[in-house]
Design a protein around this ligand. Structure first.
Ligand SMILES: Nc1ncnc2c1ncn2[C@@H]1O[C@H](COP(=O)(O)OP(=O)(O)O)[C@@H](O)[C@H]1O
Ligand SMILES: [Mg+2]
Length: 245
């Protein structure tokens, strides 16, 4: 059944700070869409709006799932998770004093996911064998790359249909960025996920994206219908590919 995220004319603020302005964006079932933007342009705010952690001051955010349209601006975060949306937050937000397995278990709070805990745990370990090897290790003692795998594994514990990934490349070496992005692409293939990923690493993000948007100062500055579209856009060349426009 159809699954579709639609953001229409969304604005958001933190007090006097305008973080999003009239953002319109959609993600269709099975797509991997990248939200490209450098620091401070509103990527995380958009992700938080999708999870109900920041409420837009204007506009609509809807998730169409199995013939029912849900207004994500009106429902609680846990209900958004229950609809099959999971966020891998920027900076991973792991519990460093808990073990790998305990961190994974905290991702399984979606009601529908609970009967499937054993299966999802097996599945997280299958997706990331390193997590199985390290299941009793404290999360805070893992390397940056392993922590990112754990953060993604934790999001997968709620059996999401739509995976939101906020800047997976932050703080990782180029090799680990590449491995992490490849892994997200593999998960999408293997589990039929729909993915919205915020990134500023253009070259890595477009390896797995179908299309994308560029966000500048909280507004969508360009919508690329394909990766080719993005690569040839003057704004992308200026912001991400080192060329002078
Ligand atoms: N909790 C907050 N309080 C006040 N301003 C914030 C807060 N979070 C983000 N901002 C501001 O909102 C804007 C967008 O930030 P953010 O969404 O984090 O951008 P990005 O993820 O693209 O780096 C920035 O100007 C940032 O300083
Ligand atoms: Mg951010």
């Amino acid at each position: 059944m159809a699954f579709k995220l639609t953001i229409s004319g969304a604005s958001a603020s933190y007090g006097a700070v305008r973080a999003l302005e009239n953002v319109t964006l959609n993600v269709q079932q099975g797509e991997t869409v990248v939200l490209l933007g450098t620091n401070g342009n509103g990527k995380s705010t958009l992700m938080k709006c999708l999870m109900g952690l920041v409420r837009p001051t204007a506009g609509t955010i809807t998730l169409e799932a199995d013939g029912v349209t849900h207004d994500l601006t009106k429902i609680a975060t846990e209900d958004i998770v229950a609809l099959g949306v999971a966020l891998v937050p920027e900076g991973r937000r792991l519990f460093s004093k808990l073990t790998v397995e305990e961190n994974l278990m905290l991702g399984a709070y979606r009601k529908e996911a609970r009967p499937a805990i054993a299966r999802n745990l097996a599945f997280a370990y299958e997706a990331f064998p390193i997590l199985a090897e390290r299941r009793t290790q404290l999360a805070g003692t893992m390397s940056g790359g392993q922590q990112q795998m754990l953060a993604i594994g934790r999001a997968m514990m709620s059996s999401p249909r739509l995976l939101l990934v906020d800047e997976p490349s932050v703080g990782l070496s180029p090799l680990l960025v590449s491995q992490t992005i490849t892994k997200i692409g593999e998960l999408r293939q293997k589990f039929g996920l729909t993915v919205l990923m915020a990134e500023q690493n253009f070259q890595q993000a477009v390896r797995i994206a179908d299309r994308g948007y560029i966000i500048v100062h909280g507004s969508i500055a360009y919508e690329g219908k394909s990766v080719e579209d993005l690569k040839t856009n003057p704004l992308v060349k200026q912001l991400y590919l080192g060329a002078v426009a």
